[in-house]
Design a protein around this ligand. Sequence first.
Ligand code: SF4
Length: 753
Amino acid sequence: VEDKVRQNNWENYSFLNYKKNVETLNVVRDRLKRPFTFAEKILYGHLDDPHGQDIERGISYLKLRPDRVACQDATAQMAILQFMSAGMPQVATPTTVHCDHLIEAQIGGEKDLARAIDINDEVYNFLATASAKYNIGFWRPGSGIIHQIVLENYAFPGALMIGTDSHTPNAGGLGMLAIGVGGADAVDVMAGLPWELKAPKVIGVKLTGKLSGWTAPKDIILKVAGILTVKGGTGAIVEYFGEGVDSLSCTGMATICNMGAEIGATTSTFPYNMRMADYLKATKRGFVAEQANLYADLLKADEGAEYDQLIEIDLNTLEPHVNGPFTPDLATPISKMKEAVVENGWPTEVKVALIGSCTNSSYEDMSRAASIAQDALNHGLKAQSLYTVTPGSEQIRATIARDGQLKVFEEFGGLLLANACGPCIGQWDRRDVKKGEKNTIVSSYNRNFTGRNDSNPATHAFVTSPDLVTAFAIAGDLRFNPMTDTLKDQDGNEFMLAEPTGAGLPTLGYDPGNDTYQAPPEDRSVVSVAVAPTSDRLQVLKPFKPWDGSDAYNLPILIKSKGKTTTDHISQAGPWLKYRGHLENISNNYMIGAINEENDKANTVKNVFTGEYAGVPDTARYYRDHDQKWVVVGGDNFGEGSSREHAALEPRFLGGFAIIVKSFARIHETNLKKQGMLPLTFADPSAYDKIKPDDNVDIIGVTSLSPGKNVKLVIHPKGGEVWETELAHTYNDEQIEWFKAGSALNKMAATNK
Ligand code: SF4
């Protein structure tokens, strides 16, 4: 019976849902009567209410029921802390937590891992105990990078998954929709609420021909990034199809989907094929492949499905590409690279060459790179650049250790790093160049924005396939083209590197390596979650107070922010990352990047009680401690940027009442509602210009808050005449309940009692 087929080898409680997906999809088919793209079939097959849901691509908001949730350690902390306040005994949707972001690369895998375990002990301990308590699969530090672990263990064709990391789309390599979200969305799904997504447009990429030689799957996405640019995929799912797909391994497809994040795409996916079935079997999930084979019709686009945009790439003529520096969409084919390097004055010496990461650390990637390194060794050459190898998982590390690739890398001069994000997320204690020194690095990673890897704004970071990274390491020069240029062997004879070769899957099967998984225990009632009251990195959330039932009078404006106010202005990242699990401490960054209209300064606002100027968080805290609610006034697209929920938690924690702006970035607006803040917009945008930073305001009509009905803002200027303006909002009935309860979680906790 189909509904008894498990999703994976770890959870005896999560099952494949194909039958239900087909039934749900058929309801939508009867309504819309048109062929669907594969992406649409997955989405519509996961609708919460297929009968009543409005469906228009690019317009409607779909309410969906994802199959899974995955969280990485940096984002999981606040997500789990919030989930805890919902008062539920366990997660309602299968969830996993992965320790990968907090491990700094310094001297090599084992020692770096030991150091990270020491430094992050309390965070790991919290995540381990909370996972055990709430029935979450926990992958310890050293297990590998979230997206690789998901692909190896949890991803399955036709699934819908959300993950609290932007490269969650990696799992599209197994024919599913895997979408990166903020922690607040993950909490909803963990708590069993439907998840909302604006019905994406679908960009079709047709692959013809066949990959060969030096061209790798990575080159497909490097090319697509060049065509679509970093914004071109916004609000869209990229769906690959065509006969060229069959020349790609499952892990190669994952690489392509992974880096789709760089063009802003919601996610990317491939239709189910035999390469995916082979990978499922190799990772001990033949039972999933058997079911997927039975539902093959569900797992591809319908005949005649229409795309909002169509791109065609001929793999026969696709060249290897090198993208960068400073942006992943500056795509240069290898034949033009020499010229581009000279023209742009990019540093020619390749200082560091880095392979691996979640993007490119499959067995195939490692085997091909090792074949190139071996070729160099056969000619008496080693890497000229510092060469680092980051396996995406313990399974990959153990398998390449067993099969010899690792030995080749080591002979070649390579340094094995931990199975973790490391230099990809800036966790890199780089010592070979000084800060500010212009230099070049090449990696098989996905992102190369300024300073991402080593915090050095002068580092020119290029992304390319592991094959080219290895070739560059041998030549030590960014102008090298392995397809046309020769090298000198140890005797001074010229030779050309042979084209890379390597198996997609290990013939001896994968070696699981060290046991790095912690399953939730049978009896979870005895587990207590470890949060030390003295910790400065973790703090249990106290529920926010419910709304007091009245309108608000005489509120000061904490800050009237001028110009752009992104989530980075509201809640900075960088050094504040380590406080992501401690609301009180991270609130010390609230709005410190926003510019005060009154004095054009950041983090300098007037305290209306004392008349003194102080930092924004300090002033907010002063008001809160004196029982004074406050508001923030801002401009257009307030809160754009990331889906970081801290940007909404902080003002609520600091005693804010409303955020009044010209317009909101939608995710931030929803996050504010979830935390019990009132997000309001000027019905007349010119009111923004008229309102002054030292005015006081009343907000009238909150007592009768209802969908579609404006509230009133009464402005009391210092010594001037009182005036009024209308404020709009986008609350629905359910969200109004969140506001009244003090937060969505309070509402959920009350319902769960
Ligand atoms: Fe993100 Fe890099 Fe880690 Fe991948 S390896 S999850 S891109 S930080």
